[in-house]
Design a protein around this ligand. Structure first.
Ligand SMILES: Nc1ncnc2c1ncn2[C@@H]1O[C@H](COP(=O)(O)OP(=O)(O)O)[C@@H](O)[C@H]1O
Ligand SMILES: [Mg+2]
Length: 244
C-alpha cells in the first residue's frame, strides 16, 4: 500500500468561539483527485488554510508525505511541494498576467529556480500567452481562474489545492477549467485537492469525494459509488438517513 501523500488526522480549528473544523480526518493518495464538497460555512476553506499553514489547529495533525507539517510556516509548506489556489483567485489586478506569474514563483519562496518556466505554462494556457501583457484585472472570470491556477504551478508542486474553482463562473467555463486541470494532471502527474459547493462537476473528475458539513466529514466514498447523487444529497443537507 502506498503511503497517503497528504493526511489530515482529527483536526479541530476554531475562530474564537466558532468551531470551524470539529475532528476532520482525510487523506489524499499520490496522483489522486479528491474533492471536498459542502455548503457555504462547512469549513472547506478553513481545512485548506490549516493544511497550507494559514490556520492553526487546536487539535489533530497534518502530514505531508509522512511528515508532520501541523506547525509549519506557509512558505515552508509551499517549499515542500504544496500549492494553494485561494478562494476568489486573489490575483493582482493592476499587474500584468506575466507579472502575476512571476510573483507566483516569488511568493512560493523560490523565484530563481521556479521549475515551471513561463514558456511551459504558456503552452498549457495559450490564452495567458495572448494576454501576457494585459493587466490581470481585465481578464474574464474564467481567464482569472486559469491565471490563478497557472500561478500556483509556477514552482512545480506535487499537490495543488484549489478552493472553489467554479465560483462565479458559467458552466461552460467551469468545464474548461476542469479540462485544464485534467491536462495538468496528465502532463505533470500532480495530486489535486479541490473544494466545491456543488458536486455536479466533481463527480465526473474526482476519484474520491468527501462531503463536509458543520465542520465534520459526513460522507467519504469513491466518486463512482456516488453517481446517483442521493447519498451526497443526504450528507450535504443532513437529511435523515431514512430519507425525507
Ligand atoms: N476569519 C474568520 N473569523 C471568524 N469565523 C470564521 C472565519 N473564517 C471562517 N469562519 C467561520 O468558520 C466556519 C467555516 O468557514 P469556512 O471555512 O470559510 O467554510 P466554507 O469555506 O466551507 O464556506 C463558518 O462558520 C465561518 O463563518
Ligand atoms: Mg470557502
Amino acid at each position: 500500500m502506498t503511503e497517503p501523500y497528504l493526511e489530515v488526522r482529527d483536526l479541530f480549528v476554531s475562530y474564537g468561539q466558532i468551531a470551524a473544523l470539529r475532528g476532520v480526518s482525510l487523506h489524499v493518495d499520490p496522483g489522486e483527485t479528491v474533492c471536498v464538497v459542502g455548503p457555504n460555512g462547512a469549513g472547506k476553506s478553513t481545512l485548506m488554510a490549516a493544511i497550507a499553514g494559514g490556520a492553526r489547529a487546536q487539535r489533530g495533525g497534518v502530514y505531508l508525505a509522512g511528515q508532520d507539517i501541523s506547525s509549519g510556516k506557509p512558505e515552508d509548506i509551499a517549499r515542500r511541494g504544496l500549492s494553494l489556489v485561494p478562494e476568489g483567485r486573489q490575483i493582482f489586478s493592476t499587474l500584468t498576467v506575466a507579472e502575476n506569474l512571476k510573483l507566483g514563483g516569488f511568493m512560493q519562496g523560490n523565484a530563481g529556480n521556479a521549475r515551471w518556466m513561463m514558456n511551459d505554462l504558456m503552452d498549457l494556457f495559450p490564452i495567458l500567452r495572448q494576454r501576457a501583457n494585459y493587466p490581470a484585472g481585465r481578464l474574464s472570470g474564467g481567464e482569472q481562474q486559469m491565471l490563478a491556477i497557472a500561478r500556483a504551478i509556477m514552482t512545480d508542486p506535487q499537490l495543488i489545492m484549489i478552493d472553489e474553482p467554479s465560483l462565479g463562473l458559467a458552466p461552460k467555463i467551469v468545464d474548461q477549467v476542469y479540462e485544464i486541470l485534467a491536462e495538468i494532471k496528465a502532463r505533470r502527474g500532480v495530486t489535486l485537492l479541490i473544494n466545491e459547493q456543488s458536486s455536479a462537476r466533481v463527480l465526473k473528475y474526482a476519484d474520491r469525494i468527501y462531503v463536509l458539513r458543520g465542520g465534520q466529514v459526513q460522507l467519504c466514498d469513491r466518486a463512482e459509488n456516488l453517481t446517483d447523487g442521493e447519498a451526497i444529497k443526504r450528507a450535504y443537507f443532513g437529511f435523515d438517513k431514512e430519507g425525507v
